[in-house]
Write a protein that binds this ligand. Structure first.
Ligand code: ATP
Length: 365
């Protein structure tokens, strides 16, 4: 479609050494990001880490203290927002309540002075795209929250931006609606071919929707990668703890053999773990392991870590077994539920935990 070819000829965003200070406070610290055309790219991090500030810099609502933002070969760092081929969808939709659905969608096109026939055709195309055919004459106040969010998307997509910025656009919706809008957003992105840059603090949302994710903390980008990369090979302890559930076990490095370390836990048990390139090679080390990678064995099984079951939480597809090591470390193990219901230990019983060497890793602190 025309929409797709226009977006394809558009460029990716390059952020080069971006710094943003508010007075003496550094909100963004030396961020360099390359976002590809056609990509669903997510900025993920806890509240206050600088996601919205990065988005506002791309949109042009803020100017960088240092660094530059390129669109293709063009430096846009100091262009005003309305001169950038970039649009934003906000969390609160910001629709015009006194206008109809069609008037809301047409708004940006009118501001651009597009001919009336083109506006009518585009509004129709947008209504189809967001599955609101025949609803153009409705007042936006007569629509549900999910429908209002679709109107906000249609309005932002109508001028055919090269880049669509989405700032937590689904956080006001309830869980079921949010999940169906996640699928809608993925579809809209692939149908229009427009680069989506999505901000969320919800790691599950980021994992399920993104082509690539940039994980941020305290103004810095800690890791950029696809969902699987970030989940299975977190760059450091912060990323490991922020994405999904993670267990941390403290110990001392006793021996290093190539990329594998032997770590003595406080209980005296020795465990082998993969050492990431940036991991320490001596001294204290923290083993990082996902709950689904730990195995539960009968107590006193050779090579297992003694533990006591504290709580069992049933989740339908799996069960979370919470356990406590002798030194008080809390561990969670995720076990797939079997049809016969067996294999789940009882609270207050002793068990052994097996940490497979391939799944245990030591990361940069
Ligand atoms: P949230 O998810 O809560 O929106 P965020 O990751 O989007 O968080 P930002 O809104 O980018 O974070 O804010 C980053 C930091 O910069 C925060 O500490 C915030 O208080 C600060 N900040 C943002 N805008 C301004 C401003 N105009 N003046 C001063 N400080 C600001």
């Amino acid at each position: 479609s025309e929409l797709q070819s226009q977006a394809r000829s558009g460029s990716a965003v390059d952020m080069l050494g971006i710094v943003k200070d508010f007075g003496t406070f550094r909100a963004v610290e030396n961020v360099t990001l390359q976002i590809q055309p056609n990509e669903f790219f997510t900025l993920l991090g806890p509240s206050g880490c600088g996601k919205t500030t990065l988005l506002r810099l791309m949109a042009g609502f803020e100017t960088p203290t240092a660094g530059s933002i390129l669109l293709g070969a063009k430096d846009i760092s100091h262009l005003p927002p309305n001169h950038r081929p970039i649009n934003t969808v906000f969390q609160n939709y910001a629709l015009f309540p006194h206008m109809t659905v069609a008037e809301n969608i047409a708004f940006g096109l009118k501001m651009l002075g597009r001919p009336k026939s083109e506006i009518v055709a585009t509004v129709d195309e947008m209504l189809r795209l967001v599955r609101l055919e025949g609803r153009g004459d409705r007042r936006v106040t007569q629509l549900s929250g999910g429908q209002q969010q679709r109107v906000a998307l249609a309005r932002a997509l109508a001028p055919r931006p090269q880049i669509l910025l989405l700032d937590e656009p689904l956080s006001a919706l309830d869980l079921k609606l949010r999940q169906s809008m996640q699928i809608e957003l993925k579809r809209l992105q692939s149908e229009t071919g427009i680069t989506f840059i999505f901000v969320t603090h919800d790691q599950e949302e980021a994992l399920t929707m993104s082509d690539r994710i940039a994980v941020m903390n305290a103004g810095k980008v800690l890791q950029v990668g696809c969902s699987r990369d970030i989940y299975e090979h977190p760059a450091d302890r912060f990323v490991a703890g922020f994405i999904g559930e993670t267990n941390f076990l403290e110990g001392d490095l006793q021996a290093v053999d190539g990329g594998v370390g032997t770590i003595r836990l406080k209980s005296g048990v020795r465990v082998a773990a993969r050492l990431s390139d940036a991991a320490p090679r001596q001294g204290t080390a923290t083993i990082v392991i996902r709950p689904e990678h730990i195995e539960i064995a009968p107590p006193d099984t050779a090579g297992s870590i003694p533990a006591t079951v504290t709580t069992i939480v049933y989740f339908g597809t799996d069960t979370h077994v919470h356990a406590s090591l002798a030194d008080g470390t809390a561990i969670v193990v995720r076990q797939q539920n079997r049809r016969d219901g067996n294999g789940i230990p009882q609270p207050n019983t002793p068990i052994g935990l097996i940490l497979p060497a391939g799944a245990s890793q030591v990361l940069r602190d």
